[in-house]
Design a protein around this ligand. Structure first.
Ligand code: DOR
Length: 388
């Protein structure tokens, strides 16, 4: 098979370490098939799926089930993130050893932000004998419960109760302290507050085994977007004010934050078709990530092309011990081909994901993934996912 890549950029396959695939149990929002099609369409060759499914990914059976189904129906590589806790109450450790044996690459809370300090300590002590990170979802649950958006000038203006950014700072402080104390590698998910970035910077300076990610939306959108009351802007952590966005960019540039992720969190469109305060948090991101990063960060001289490739491919491969992230001989032929100058408009009607809702609807972009190769096979050409 051939593809004329003259004038295009051939990069190692892009990796998204924060995708909610929703299967098993929540297929009205997304399935392994539709989620991996969306990844292929967006130029992403490997995704790691989060454990807040139904049942949660807390047993080796669920890990194997997802891996088998992904091998059969998936369009891209699927890595699995297991749950730290056995159940939603977060009282007991899940079968972490068994899940590692079946190929889980990391562990996270199951999306309910409930794990206690005690559970986290136990999990961290356990993980010191393994080379796989614990992922902190970084929101203090009690403070988070009171709001629907970022607490600040915009929430005050439109009269919507906000979540204080200190809710995030508190959670991140606890989790990096546990990393320092135990020596377990803790990866901070979707950093969005200046305070959290500062804490991670200090922890890294002390040599704590901490890594971190930031989402595309926390690098490019502010809480001003919530003035529309559009549920497409509801997400956790919330879209924050410009000073926080600037701090995310600075943290990415100085190495405090290691990678860019999507936090692709699809919901059935009708679930988002409600009043702002009633909508679930999250929106899809796999099909917009590369275009938005190229438009708002590469073309606006925030990141160089080398930095884009590092933050979206090499760095996640290195940190999570994945095989991709390099074009060296002998590495898997997972490749993302970029057209840096392609002008296009975000149109959710064309998305493969079930969860069409995006805060980037109608955005004029410059730059797009135009072909995706997984294990030597084209899975997307010129925006169309290839038949399996
Ligand atoms: O907005 C979000 N939605 N943030 C998360 O961390 C979880 C996710 C979900 O599962 O919908």
């Amino acid at each position: 098979e051939t593809y004329d890549a003259a004038g295009k950029v051939v990069a190692p396959g892009f990796i998204d370490m924060h995708t909610h695939l929703r299967e098993p149990g929540l297929e009205a929002k997304e399935s392994i098939r539709t989620g991996t099609m969306a990844a292929a369409a967006g130029g992403i060759t490997t995704i790691a799926c989060m454990p807040n499914t139904k049942p949660a990914i807390s047993t080796s059976i669920v890990v194997s089930g997802i891996k088998e189904r992904a091998a059969k129906e998936g369009y891209v590589n699927v890595e699995v993130i297991g749950s730290i806790s056995k159940d939603e109450e977060g009282k007991e450790l899940a079968e972490m050893g068994d899940m590692l044996e079946k190929g889980a690459v990391a562990f996270s809370d199951d999306g309910h932000y409930v794990y206690s300090s005690r559970l986290l300590m136990n999990a961290a002590k356990y993980m010191t004998s393994f080379d796989a990170p614990l992922i902190s979802h970084s929101i203090e649950s009690e403070l988070n419960a009171d709001g629907y958006m970022h607490e600040g000038a915009v929430s005050a203006k439109i009269g919507v109760p906000g979540v204080p950014s200190v809710a995030e700072d508190i959670a991140v402080a606890r989790d990096v302290l546990v990393a320092g104390y135990t020596g377990a590698h803790i990866h901070i998910a979707h950093v969005a507050s200046k305070g959290a970035a500062d804490i991670i910077r200090q922890a890294k300076a002390k040599g704590y085994p901490v890594t971190a990610e930031v989402t595309v939306h926390h690098l490019t959108l502010t809480d001003e977007a919530c003035m529309s009351y559009s549920t497409a802007t509801r997400v956790s952590p919330p879209l924050r004010s410009q000073d926080h966005v600037d701090a995310m960019r600075a943290a990415l540039l100085d190495g405090t934050i290691d990678m860019i992720v999507t936090d692709h969190a699809p919901h059935a469109p009708e679930e988002k078709d409600v009043e702002f305060r009633k909508a679930p948090n999250g929106f899809c991101g796999l099909e917009t990530a590369v275009g938005v990063v190229l438009t708002d960060l590469y073309h606006k001289n925030v990141l160089t092309l080398e930095q884009v490739v590092d933050k979206m491919s090499c760095s996640p491969a290195r940190i999570f011990n994945l095989k991709g992230g390099t074009l060296k001989a002998g590495s898997p032929a997972d490749i993302t081909i970029l057209d840096l100058d392609k002008v296009w408009t975000v149109d959710s009607k064309k998305f493969y994901t079930v969860g069409k809702v995006t805060p980037f609807e109608g955005k004029q972009c410059k730059g797009k993934a135009v072909a995706t190769v997984v294990a030597g096979k084209f899975v997307m050409k010129d925006g169309a996912v290839c038949e399996k």
